[in-house]
Design a protein around this ligand. Sequence first.
Ligand code: ADP
Length: 832
Amino acid sequence: MTKASDSSNPNSGTGDPSGSGQNPSTAQDVRLEANELLRLAAEAANVYWWQLDLATTITTYSPNTEQVVGRLPAETVEENLLLLHVEDRSLAAQAFSEAMENGTDRFSYQVRSIAIPNEIRWLTVTGTILRNEQGQPYRIIGLTQNTTPTEKAQQALQAEQDRQTFLLQLSDTLHPLADPLAIQAAATQMTMAHLAADRCYYCEIEGDVATIRCDAYRSDLHSIAATYSLSDSPVFKTLSQAGFPLVVADAHTTELMDEPLRQLSIQLTILAFINVPVIKQGQLVGNFCITQCAPRVWTAPEVRLLQEVAQRTWAAVEQGRAEMALRESEKLFRLTIEAARVGTWDWNLVPNEVVWNEEHFRLFGMPPQPNPVSPKLYFDHVHPYDRDRVGNLLQAAIDSKGVFDTEFCALLDGGAQRWMSGYGRVTAEADGRSTRISGVMFDIEERRRAEDALREANRRKDEFLALLAHELRNPMATLSNTLRMLELTGGQHPIHTLSRSVRLMQQEVAHLVRLVDDLLDVSRISQGKIALVMERLDLVSLLSEVIEATGPQFTAVGKILSVALPDEQPNAVSLYVSGDSARLRQVVSNLLHNALKFTTQQGHVWLSLAQQGEEAVLRVGDNGIGIPPHELVRIFEMFAQVDTSLGRSQGGLGLGLTLVHELVGLHGGRVEASSLGLGQGSEFVVYLPLLPQPRPELVPDSMADLSNSVGHRLLIIDDNVEAGESLAMLLEVMDYTVATAISGQQGIQVAEQFRPTVILCDISMPGLDGYQTCRLIRAAPWGQSIVLIALTGYGQEEDKRRTKSAGFDAHLVKPIDITALSQLLAELPPPR
Ligand code: ADP
């Protein structure tokens, strides 16, 4: 049961709560006054009060209830509940139970009343539960207030909701974008549409330069994206820098704009705008601007919204830039990793899974597989020999949260083995334990090979130096002993005769000269400085000459040299090559020399020459000590020797075959070595390209007529007194008249008086060197017709050119080959 109480007696149904025995008229007046006040207050607050008797469920309402709710309350509690929004009907009982349970006996809740069709009124109910002396609840008294927002408040609420929705949409739109331009385009487009404006742009500011990269504009307008200067708009600049939004309703009339800016705005049909600056770390970094082609009065919420949008746009642009930079640097990083062929690995220790990049699979000779993989896959590719060590190192890095750094031998799919470098470090940990270790792996096979080669070269260099010392010491010891002996005996010893001693010394000097020549040749070849004097050569005659010269060495030690050359009859086809005769002789004699050296007493050496297709094939075989198969591959390398022990008897520096190989190569040919093994003899085969055309007949060189030379007067200029004098003695023995001088100056003086027909002049001399001496002699009236021969340690083409241009007629390399000198002298016309 429900009844509305009498408006004049709000306490009806409850009796007089005061129960006072006051003068009724006065008390009534006071009560009336209080009631009136209460009514007025209730009206003003849009609130009514009620009480519910829990025993009878009768609810009593204050008289203004209808006014607050919009209609009279229904008869029963149940009926009244039906006047509430369906979702809110259980709230009263719920609030009541909670208040009972938590002992506060007070509650408050909000419900929507649908008492009036098509209208929702928000009611805020506050109640208190009253209990009797036994603590049993018997009544609830409460206040219900109409808290439905007013229309203005609703509009404000709606506006706020719209604003939140817009900002949410903006965030959702910008979130996935990374390209700063796309972000600016989306933000300006959305804002323009939301505020029903004509144009919107975000401009980035650096110093005085404002750059609009992209703008949104009404379809009948055009873009104003460009760079603008702020320098002639000081007011605008100052306002922006101070962070104040500039709100212009009409560009024509505003006083806030600098004149140039006003002109520009009008020109761009921007008659109204809101410009919101973005300040970061005290610096103006951007402006967000919304514009209208006609005057427009902007509202404060619009300005606030634009401020919000400006901040979000800036943040999104910055984040986009950072992400792009990150992506760019990641791309670069990936490219670097790819180019450097680096495998990457990332081992998550918690699920015990590893992620490899594609290169990592490739380095192990595998096609890329789906990730993650098991760590076992890695260990399966570490050579069993290295597996424990690598495993221990990795475990140690994990345990110590440190670094793993090692080189190991990898077993590739397909069976190959390659050296890898592995590096990693712990990159995450939890509860004091490593949870992740990441790193790289790359192939270091080439580096290891280069290092091995370097080590090997270094070892060979040391070996070579020891060998060189040994090789030089032997002949020098012989020379010095023999000289000492000659000094003691004056060459009169019956056994160690002078001629024997001289022969011995000649042999040793020849040996030394050969060693030095070989060394110089190899060094010139390796520096690409050797120049071949190419001519058309008949290999058969060249070989015949070499054999003629070398043959006696074989006979002398009782070894056999068998020769098989193509028929040398006039009608037979000869084998012609384009070559440097001296160098090809050197090739053949080196091979013969080795064959002689590396055969034992019953040595037998075979030399043959034949044509095979378009090549001449020269074979030098022997039945000597042979070469083990593994040495055959390196036998042509510099300093390579099968037996490197210093005690070996054969001597040599391991350069002969290098020279053969290089010289044959320079002739466009190749050389191969073969041997069945130690004690099985060896064979060296030289292939040289043949010249296609038969050669024209060559006229053999005329033999030098030594008699011509007799009568020449020779002057030797050399600062090395011994060298000069010994040469002078030799030439005197050969019947020349010889004078000597020990410097350029002295040489010129001597020459002026002695008037030699030939001057042999050293080049490297202190004071006047050979070149200057020669020039001065040539400049003298008596010096024109003298034959000037340069004596020098340098025999390159370049050296010869230099002596020639200084005025020398000939160039001899020291130590002087006396036969070559006498040949030269013999070829001179007789002196006048
Ligand atoms: P060298 O003879 O000065 O040591 P080479 O370059 O001529 O230098 O030869 C290199 C090495 O090749 C020799 O030391 C020797 O071990 C091996 N060798 C060369 N020729 C023969 C050969 N005919 N029989 C066996 N071994 C040879």
